[in-house]
Design a binder for this molecule. Structure first.
Ligand code: CA
Length: 406
């Protein structure tokens, strides 16, 4: 019996109760790393308002994993996540285990969720046609909106994995170089922005080119991702090699790795692509219908769908590895800012405010850019009437720059 993923019609019951509409039912089972009372993090699986502590399950003799695999992070679990998730689902649906595993169950509210995995290489793609077009028009008003290669390959840059932090970690306003009225200046960014993205987390590594048909087999799951951006620093530095200090100061991800198998009910055909990509980027593989929102200080400011992306995760992986580049467990592949076709579908303030020239209303205030003290929160969910899964929150509050508020 396929307990998790696949064409289920009615999710089976877990002996840990799942409140209606929780979004963390047995058909989901996302993985994270969490600490109780400041101690060493354990691998935990979310179910309802609780987590199952896999280190405690291992100690009780109910899961066959080495000690190192259930402690600190998901690093040893990611390559085998589908099998571990299947085992967890069987444990949670075996009523006789409720008593023996009672000590492995904790309220999620008591868990201090940490960075779920060691981020290996961080790559950020640029896969939204709407976003790339909007940005091109703003940054290069006199040129073509799209770079000439954009529809032939999923454009990306290599980011900085060491500054990827888990939701809840404050973000310090970066300082850097930019121009003001033709003068080169250095100081706190005046154009701090967020980018609403989803990150694909690599589970199984690969040593060489990955055929597109095998690409998704290397993905353990998805997280929400905020690619914080300093637009003035970015605009000054980005040509010809792409973003650097305007992006590398912070990237926030959500604490739960949503297993790819949990997204099976939400698979959709990828959007049509014209011109047709070269053979190594075909077939594109599926995308997923995931509703994504961004909030500033609790006020929603945008709503998009992951399915709005032009390039798929499978195409990103096939392109990334086509030259022989390896995949490592813990590689993080950002989707790029996701913008949709509607007027509310902008995944960044850069687009919403037209580079800061048209402030938006946020609650009782106006915002052109993110200000010190602001909290930006991304959320994701997928529903089809039977299944409903929540990604959890990807949130961070901005602290002033060392040099003070601009
Ligand atoms: Ca980005």
């Amino acid at each position: 019996m396929d307990l998790v993923g696949g064409p289920l019609t009615t999710p089976p019951n877990s002996w840990i109760p799942v409140p209606p509409g929780s979004g963390f039912g047995l058909d989901h089972l996302p993985f994270g790393a969490g600490s109780v009372d400041g101690g060493r993090p354990h691998v935990v699986v979310a179910i309802g308002d609780h987590v199952l502590d896999l280190d405690a399950v291992r100690k009780a003799g109910h899961i066959d994993l080495p000690k190192a695999a259930t402690r600190d992070s998901l690093d040893a679990v990611l390559p085998i996540l589908p099998a571990v998730r299947e085992k967890v689902a069987r444990l949670l649906t075996e009523p006789s285990l409720q008593r023996p595993l009672a000590g492995a169950v904790r309220p999620v509210a008591e868990i201090d969720l940490r960075l779920p995995f060691g981020v290996a290489d961080y790559v950020d793609f640029y896969s939204s046609l709407v976003h790339a077009t909007n940005v091109g028009r703003l940054f290069r008003p006199d040129g073509d909106a799209l770079p000439v290669a954009w529809k032939h390959l999923p454009i990306a840059y290599h980011g900085r994995s060491g500054t990827v932090a888990v939701s809840g970690t404050p973000v310090t306003r970066p300082e850097g170089q930019f121009t003001t009225g033709g003068t080169v200046d250095f100081g706190p960014t005046r154009k701090l922005d967020f980018e609403l993205e989803v990150g694909a987390v690599i589970g199984r590594p690969a040593q060489g080119p990955v055929p597109i048909s095998a690409a998704l087999g290397h993905v353990a799951g998805l997280v929400l991702l905020n690619d914080w951006s300093a637009r003035d620093i970015q605009a000054w530095e980005y040509q010809p090699l792409g973003p650097f200090a305007g992006k590398s100061f912070a990237t926030t991800i959500s604490p739960w790795v949503v297993p790819l198998e949990a997204l099976t009910p939400f698979e959709r055909p990828a959007p049509s692509q014209d011109p047709a990509p070269l053979p190594h980027l075909q077939p594109a593989g599926p995308t997923w219908s995931i509703d994504l929102t961004a909030e500033i200080n609790g006020t929603p400011v945008t709503k998009v769908s992951f399915a709005d992306l032009y390039w798929t995760v499978a195409q990103q992986i096939a392109h990334l590895t086509a030259n022989g580049a390896t995949l490592r467990t813990g590689d993080l592949l950002g989707s790029g800012t996701i913008s949709g076709p509607g007027p509310d579908g902008h995944g960044s303030l850069l687009e919403m405010t037209r580079d800061g020239t048209r402030p938006i209303t946020v609650g009782d205030a106006e915002r052109s850019w993110v200000e010190d003290g602001d909290t930006v929160t991304l959320r994701g969910a997928a529903s089809d009437g039977v299944h409903h899964i929540e990604f959890g929150r990807c949130t961070a509050t901005v602290r002033p720059a060392p040099g003070g508020t601009p």
